[in-house]
Design a protein around this ligand. Sequence first.
Ligand SMILES: [Zn+2]
Length: 251
Amino acid sequence: MKNMDAFLQFLSEYYLLIILGIIIIFVLAGIIIANYSYENFSDEFEKAKQTISGFNGSAVDLANFISYKKFNREISVNVFEKKPNTSNGSYVPAKRMVNISNELANSNSIASIAITSHEFGHACQHYENPKLLERNYKLSKAVHILGLLNWPLFIIAVIMLFTDYFQFTLICLGMIILVFIFALTLKYLTIKIEKDASKRAIKLLQELELFSNKEINQVKKLLKSAKSTYIGDFFRALFSWTGMTHKTKIF
Ligand SMILES: [Zn+2]
């Protein structure tokens, strides 16, 4: 009983430090997961870039062919120069445009096919539900801005701990937790969209009948390994303010 009292006494004196400690551990674990999952995918991606497929053409040829076959040529294809830490491809709903990086555009590697077909997966989503991608993009921006607030909130929380206004520490920690929950919800929605785009990509490739089962399975494997980075991506988005995570988008 005496031990219990001592323990409660300890808790009531140090609960703010304990909460702070738990948050710091959570942040560090998140950063490790974020960086590890990215490194892991990065290896797979490099391997896939070296794996040449039997497709007689480049990623741009494939993109134009998909646009012609499935989208009545309504989707344009654009090659952009890849800068470090940017994605390899993207789909721009407003322009109905698939962007492919110059590192992938002229190749027929498994990586090139995977990214190209994944972006057309997004195009399928856009045709089916025109508002979906736009809404998600706006929410991502909101989370990013809120994420930037974490750093000042965290500093205020620590400073207030040593003043008479330590209630503000709790308020700041509460706000950080709210941002976490908001970001988590949004990331869940994004992950769903990305998974669905990859699923549609595989379906597209199967329908084209240009690739062997082996090649489609290689693409599937690469897109699947990208999934492991989604959790990492979540932590990356949350902890980019620490400057300790890679700020890297894949596609
Ligand atoms: Zn995507």
